[in-house]
Design a protein around this ligand. Sequence first.
Ligand code: F6P
Length: 546
Amino acid sequence: MASELRLDQLPSYAKLRELADKLRKIAIIEFLTVDAARACDFTCSAAGLQLDYSKQLIDRNTRETLWQLAAEAELPARIQDLLNGAEVNNTERRPALHTLLRAGGNGALADKYREVVATREAMRVSAEKLISGQHRGFTDAAITDVVNIGIGGSDLGPRLVTEALRPYQNSIACHYVANVDPADLQDTLLDLVPETTLFIVCSKSFRTEETLTNSLVARDWMRAAGASDSDLRRHFLAITTNLEAATEFGIPRENCLPMWDWVGGRYSVWSAIGLSCAIAVGWDNFQQFLAGAGAMDRHLAEAPIASNMPIMLSLLEVWNRNLLGAGNHAVLPYDQSLVRLPDFLQQLTMESNGKRVALDGGALDYPTGPVLWGSAGTMGQHSFHQLLHQGTELCPADFVLPLTTHTGMHKQHRRLVANCLAQSRALLLGRTEAMAKRSLLSRGYDEERATALAPHLAMPGNRPHNVISMQSLTPATLGALLALYEHRTYCSSVLWGVNAFDQWGVELGKEIGAQILTLLEDASRPSSMDPATNRLISEWRRAQAP
Ligand code: F6P
């Protein structure tokens, strides 16, 4: 591991700084107009996806320099480290082997791969027993509903995949409960029947407060319906690395599927953590999902820097973040079934690259992972796109566009596509004040009013963005898309010199939460927190008084 890497010390970085100063004054449309081949050349394809980055604020020279930067950071070697099981998670002394979960085989990692294959088989058996109705509840009724109880990586991936692949959904409905707010579980259980419901407790650590609390309530719900302790075996499965804690909870070993410390939570949808999606869409579709990701892995490993899609996405992320100063990044899927994609990517990218020190612990004096946000088009157009077009914040974006729809409603889908392409073009071109004024005059405004209004209608354009398209959203293209973002995340972490696989920043809040809970549970305890927290605790205590 190159733990001493600093992005701003790489030889090409100084040149990129100069280029950024120069390019800031140029309109992206000029590149497209002058360079007739750009619209085709600034694209790359892999695993059923196409990336169009022709509307980024880079020219050919900058692109070459970014490729040079990737070479100087030894990105191809670092990618091999990831794929070959090197200790890329240096603070926890582990590899990050999510790619092994969708591999067709791996000689060097044969022992681990054998466990992966055995677990896949156990998943297949569990999923098929449920789908075929063989797995029955304590009254011998077939299971109709599965509730995945988990949070973070044990929720967001499976939830996204289940929703995104709704057209492939079979007869078992999968539900997701994550929040420790009792309303989440309560609302979910409202429509369910204990006799036909199965819970999957998904927790890599089996120590997560939200998941354990919800699982205990779910167990009480089953008991209240008359299930004995031995009946519960038919209604609870666990996915965890912590088999002891799961058995202590009352889930027998034969109902547990393993996880491994060499798979990070936010990279785990490909493991048994994805069991609920395999149940929702069936085993063959889940295999296709793994295969799509596997195809992206091979592309990452084999494609040269210049045509490597995850590397290119990552270089653009770093260019926009560090050279153009963009502190955030929007993800705009133009497909309702991908409405959860921004949520999933928030954990993937911000828990991975929201870091302030390098691998060697030294503080970084350049920015790392941007704030990621977004929502499905066209809803965003009627809310935050205003800021994208006219705000003072530079906000690079990824449009994600399946070119066809599963709905069969092609005429309406055309409108969705038209909106996506229109937003992309408006971000590119904007509208000058003179154009705005001409349009106002043609709409009957008088000269004075048109002059006054024109600055409000003017849009600078030149907002850099990518378009990631695919023929249609299938299990395979969804797998490729998620793997693409995983790899972008890793490549960017290498360029920034940070560890993408730990998340120490989430721990302090958990510790303080436990301390505060003791104060909420026992009102007689004096609170010795800071004055502001003490005041809120007192306010809460007063609110509980009858
Ligand atoms: O608190 C953060 C985190 O550890 C995430 O990284 C993880 O995905 C989530 O909590 C859930 O953890 P677990 O699967 O161990 O319950």
